[in-house]
Design a protein around this ligand. Structure first.
Ligand SMILES: [Zn+2]
Length: 45
C-alpha cells in the first residue's frame, strides 16, 4: 500500500497555468494556478 502512494505522486501531471496551459515550476502557494507570465500581466497586490 505504501508503494502505491509513491507511485500516485509520481504519476501526477505537473501543474499547469490555468490561463495559458504552460507548466508551472515552484511558485508561491497563493499563485499556484498561474505561471509567471500570466502573473506578470495581472499584478494584484
Ligand atoms: Zn500562464
Amino acid at each position: 500500500m505504501l508503494m502505491k502512494i509513491s507511485e500516485f505522486f509520481r504519476n501526477l501531471p505537473p501543474k499547469k497555468c490555468t490561463d495559458c496551459g504552460k507548466e508551472i515550476e515552484e511558485q508561491h502557494e497563493c499563485y499556484g494556478n498561474k505561471c509567471n507570465d500570466c502573473l506578470g500581466v495581472i499584478h494584484h497586490h
